[in-house]
Design a protein around this ligand. Sequence first.
Ligand code: MIC
Ligand code: SF4
Length: 640
Amino acid sequence: MGRNLTRKIIRDHLVSGEMIPGREISLRIDQTLTQDATGTMAYLQWMAMGLDRVRTELSVSYVDHNTLQMGFQNADDHRFLRSVAARYGIVFSPPGTGICHQLHLENFARPGKTLIGSDSHTPTAGGVGSLAMGAGGLSVALAMAGEPYTIPMPKVFQIHLTGRLQAWAGAKDIILHVLGLLSVKGGVGAVLEYAGPGVDGLTVPERATITNMGAELGATASVFPSDEQTREFLTRMGRPEDFAPLSADPDASYDQVIEIDLDSIEPMAARPHMPDLVVPIRELDGLAVDQVAIGSCTNSSYTDLKTAALVLRNRQASRNTDLFIAPGSKQVLKLLNREGLLEALLDSGARLLECSCGPCIGMGGSPTSAGVSLRTFNRNFEGRSGTQDAQVYLVGPAAAAQAALVGRITDPKTWGAAPEKPTLPQDVPSIRHLFIMPPPQEQAQGVEICCGPNIVPLEEFSTLPRKIEAQVLIVLGDNVTTDHILPGGAAVTALRSNLPAISKFIFNRVDQEFVVRAEKAPAGIIVGGENYGQGSSREHAALGPRHLGVRIVLAKSFARIHKANLINFGILPLVFANPDDHARLTVGQAIELDTVELASRTEIPLQILEGAEILVRHDLTVKELEIINAGGLLNMARVR
Ligand code: MIC
Ligand code: SF4
């Protein structure tokens, strides 16, 4: 039996473990990336390990999330990141150069390589055939130290594409369709591997839109074969030597096959407040739109923005609709300018934003109260835009531009003839010179690390007690996101390198009393539903609760990256043996758990004082238990 593409890359990088789905495997990591919002913490952790230089083939530090610099905090963070990069052999991408995933795809991602990044949308690089995964900052720091990355061996789902996209349908509509089929937890524990004749017609930027939003399915990664489209893309990016062909064997087997006929895909939208609440756009015909935002790591490539520009060219956006454009990189911006498309966008009334994440993480561009915002982004969680009662819909760039023209959503049947599908032009301008390359090692040793007052070294966490006596701090439903645990937005994100300060915002938007309750309790337990911690890789969503004394999260199931983050910082992720017991827990109850039993049994009793006992389970490996017992992975990796 032949091998699928995912298993080929895994086999080539396997350090230990058996390639049986669910079993723990360790992989050699070729490349890492960080962004500023998770990067400061990742590098503080890296520095605590006491190494002199990164041991990966390539590590890049991007600054794209918080570029607003509304006060000294971010400016200090950026300076810190710049000095760390120079000191330890990391490529530095200064603020304003672009969004990490777009930049990595354009400049560094390579077929067949492994990449982990401290951002959940790192799988974007699967668009050129990298096995790219989102991870917590500490996992990335360890990979930079040359340590293998440990994950459960994923299942591999084949998404078999046939046919061709019809007029006005785009890559975003394909992935929204997949989200509608599989839901936000449908990809958990799996790599989504795209194959079939329909793949040939998809360009790399289109593929990257699809792999990007595999994160919304909870998938470990998403990957396309490396073929003529890949060669073409890498050549246009000025790096044909990075091309290597890569595909599944013809007789490869898969754990599941999902058939999609591209001919049947129509323009789609995800309704508030989850990316899997998908409907055909035509069903939203007539909905008035207050704001349209085009950009983010999902849809900010040159071809995406050209799609929007061709719709808007020689026309005016509605005076009732605020239109934002945020190009994914300076390369995209330069190309738009060179091809006369920037002018078309500006003349339509669009507001041009910096090449960064911007409104996607609530850094400016918040909608009006109760406003309807149409975004080409990947997440529409409640409150993420910065406006708690905004109604955010996710769409592709063509639908976004069409709505901007008339101030409401219209049926695609009325959009007229679709423009020809845009492709990348020849001689794409390079922006390679904008990256700051690290000096050679001898010189690097003299580089001073610049730490401003907002950069607080990470505290040392205590080991796991033999008996946890804790209080139920909060009881939550299904699909709680890391945005619920720790919101984005300028005020909060400015504190990413200051754990005591940022912890004050934990569950702020869900339960204002949470922090006070946690501070009073001897120790805390969080109770969640299915897919707890879905969404981002931000490890502050584990670190913050840990700082506040949380020792256990008991849920029906977990999202992969968040579960790994909990373990990394010494919090026990437990699941209900009987999910109905979720209803028996209420805020304020005291519980007890004997942690010594964890080593010998996977199912143990959790005592609810003044109540019954319930059974909880864990699937922790010996190594993971060791990490939790030690109070977290950093305690094991720290130089003393
Ligand atoms: C996101 O899209 O939620 C973020 C902001 O990029 C996060 C990372 C972070 O919180 O810093 C992610 O996706 O991992
Ligand atoms: Fe940035 Fe948004 Fe992409 Fe996250 S999802 S990396 S905030 S553009």
